[in-house]
Every structure is written in C-alpha cells, then in structure tokens.
Write a protein that binds this ligand. Structure first.
Ligand code: G3I
Length: 358
C-alpha cells in the first residue's frame, strides 16, 4: 500500500471510528464545550484502547479538545524495533485526531525514562547529538504542521543529583553536555516551526518542590535568554490525596513563566488515593474529587493557563492501580465526582473569560 493510500486508509478508518464514537454523544454532558468556552484545551492521555473500546472513545470525543498518546510516541516505543523509528503510531493518532477535530499533544521526544533499549551507555558528543537530533527531527517532521504541542524534553531537572544548575544526571547530559535541552528544542522547532514547544516536569506543585521549581525556572530562563524556541511549561500534577500541594507556590511559578511569555499547562493530572475505593461515590471518590476541585480552583485563576490534561480518562487504564480510582471516569465509564469537579472548574474559567471579554 503506497504512502498516499495508507494515509487515506488511516483517515477513512479514523473517520469510521469517529462516527461510531459520536453516536449518542448528544445527550450526555460534556467537558469539551466547557473547555472551548473557557478558551482552553481539555485533554487526556490515550492508548491503543482508544481503537478497541467504543465507550472510552465516545467519552474522549465528548470531553476532549485534545489527546496525548500515553506511551506510543515515546522514543523507546517508536524505536523498539531498531534505530529507524516506526512512525505508524504517529500517523494513526494524527488520522484519528484530524478526523475527530481533536488537537494532539506529542509526548515526549527526550526523556531519560524512555530511551531506546539500544541507546549506547557511552557515546561521544557527536554521536549522541546525531542520535538525539536525528530522533527529534524524524518524529517531529513526520507530523509537521499537524501537532499543536510537543513535550520536547521531560523531567530534565533533579536537584537531588547535586548538579550546580539542578540538571538531572542522564546519559544525554553526560554525552552531549548542558546544552542538550536547548539543542532538542531547536531541532524540534526546525522540524515544525508551527508547533508549540513545551518543557514538562513533575513535583512543581509539591510542598517539597521549591528546589524543583527553582531549577526549572533557571533552566527555562536560560533557554529564553538564549532565544531558544520554547513556548510553555507543563506541570504534570500527579497529586496524592494525602500529600497536598502548594497552590500559592504554583501560582508564583506560573507568574514567573508569564513574565517570560510562556504558557502554563497541567499535563498529567490524576489523584492517587491510597486504598481501594468501596465503589461509586464512596468516600475515596469524594476525597479524590475534593482534591481535583481545590487544585483546579487555583489553576483556573492562572492567566497564562492554556490547557488541562488528565493522565487518562478512566480508571480502567490508569498507570496508578485502578483500585485507587484516580480519574474522572470509573472502570465502567461512569463519570465520578471528579468529573463534576473538572466541569465546575472549566465553567468558572469560562465565566471569567466571558467577563473579561464582554
Ligand atoms: O500495552 C503494552 C503491552 O501490550 C505489552 O505486552 C507490555 C510489555 O511490553 O507493554 C505494554 O505497554 C506498557 C504501557 O505503559 C501500557 O501499560 C509499556 O511497556 C510501558 O512502558 C508503559 O509505561 C508508561 C510509562 O510512562 C513509561 O513510558 C505508562 O503507561 C505511562 O503512564 C507513564 O507516564 C509517565 C509520563 O510519560 C511522564 N510522567 C510520569 C508518568 C507516569 O510514570
């Protein structure tokens, strides 16, 4: 099957999936229109279950304005068969998103947690640059003009590693040097000048996160000062009901980003809640929803917020054990109180947006 044939086949099959998903969507409440009214993207991490589960797909089509592949666009997955990446997963999600009117967030080009199994433990700067920029260029160019945002680099800071600038000790830092982050962003921008390029990290809302916040701000300030094409920072927002978070520190962090002209995104929101929930609406569901409500009440006040993504939509697929019930839908695709909390936050942002633009 030639390239054109394959693309048209993918588009046709995606369109078929979309039509199937839309059937019956009209009568259910939906987060997507609320997100659009708020001028935000609302999205969720998805996986191959998107193709096989019609009930999950229908919820995505109802609730999301964007999707992010949870693992199939990572270097280790794309290059699992060898040095040349398998780009079929890229094309499949592109076809579905375009047939469904959804935006795509690409996750993630460079992450120490998803290096291909064949990546050399030792390599000189020239070889490491060839491998990293070759991967970034191959992947981003294959979707040129069709991906709204790319998480270019993920989790590059680790103050506990003891580096003076707080960078995480990774093979790419050792092999290329401290400019590997800037080089990755420049390679992505060259491959797709239209894409919004994001730095993504965790623990930036944590009570213990001050050193992480400072290290990320130091990194992005240097990138911006050097004219690096970077457009925003993603805060993963993996919350735990018991741990809490520092909403004030997060607001200050976001304000520093706004001073640099950078977007602020919530990129992997979920709320872990120890212990199995007793069932729909049980105490843990309400505890989880209360964390969503309180966290998002602060987030939707952040002026440079451009998107909220949950890390999955249903407990059926969460990376956190489903018994902790961390997501807006349960395993049977019933919306939970957390779904209502997200809807309320989007309504609040929409009302504020309307007030400001009225
Ligand atoms: O589904 C396949 C299965 O068919 C196969 O048999 C099996 C063994 O190869 O792999 C399964 O895929 C796994 C996938 O999760 C789905 O369960 C991948 O191996 C596994 O690597 C993947 O883990 C992902 C992890 O990142 C590493 O990429 C998780 O889904 C994903 O939730 C997690 O997400 C990360 C973010 O990217 C960065 N922030 C932290 C977050 C949580 O760790």
């Amino acid at each position: 099957m030639g390239e054109i044939d394959r693309r048209s086949f993918l588009a046709a099959s995606a369109a078929a999936l979309t039509l199937a998903g839309h059937a019956g969507a009209a009568e259910l409440p939906a987060l997507g229109p609320l997100a659009k009214a708020a001028g935000l993207d609302f999205g969720a991490a998805v996986g191959p279950w998107l193709w096989r589960e019609a009930d999950f797909r229908a919820a995505v089509l109802r609730d999301c304005t964007a999707i992010v592949p949870e693992y199939e666009w990572k270097w280790d997955y794309l290059a699992r068969a060898g040095r040349r990446p398998d780009l079929q997963p890229i094309q499949r999600y592109l076809a579905f998103a375009e047939a469904s009117g959804l935006a795509l967030r690409g996750h993630t080009l460079v992450w120490h947690g998803a290096m291909p199994p064949w990546y050399p433990a030792a390599a000189g700067r020239r070889e490491a640059l060839r491998l990293m920029t070759g991967h970034v260029t191959d992947v981003v160019a294959s979707a040129r003009g069709r991906v709204r945002r790319w998480d270019v680099v993920n989790e590059a800071v680790a103050p506990e590693d003891g580096e003076p600038d707080g960078l995480r000790r990774t093979p790419l830092l050792a092999q290329i040097g401290r400019d590997y982050v800037e080089i990755a962003f420049r390679a992505a921008a060259e491959a797709d000048p239209a894409a919004r390029l994001i730095y993504n990290d965790y623990g930036l809302d944590a009570p213990y996160g001050a050193a992480r916040r400072e290290a990320v701000l130091r990194l992005v300030e240097q990138l911006v000062a050097r004219g690096t094409p970077i457009h925003g920072v993603g805060v993963q927002s993996h919350l735990a009901a018991a741990d809490g978070y520092d909403g004030e520190a997060l607001a200050v962090f976001a304000a520093r980003l706004q001073e640099m002209g950078l977007e602020f995104l919530v990129t992997e929101l979920d709320v872990a809640n120890p212990g199995p929930g007793p069932g729909p609406g049980g105490a843990p569901d309400h505890e989880v929803a209360a964390v969503y409500a309180h966290y998002l009440a602060g987030v939707v006040e952040i002026p440079n917020l451009t998107g909220i993504f949950t890390w999955g939509l249903s407990d059926r697929h969460s990376w956190i054990t489903a018994s902790q019930r961390p997501l807006p839908y349960d395993g049977a695709m019933r919306p939970k109180p957390a779904w209502d909390a997200i809807a309320d936050a989007l309504r609040r942002r929409a009302a504020e947006t309307h007030r400001l633009t009225a």
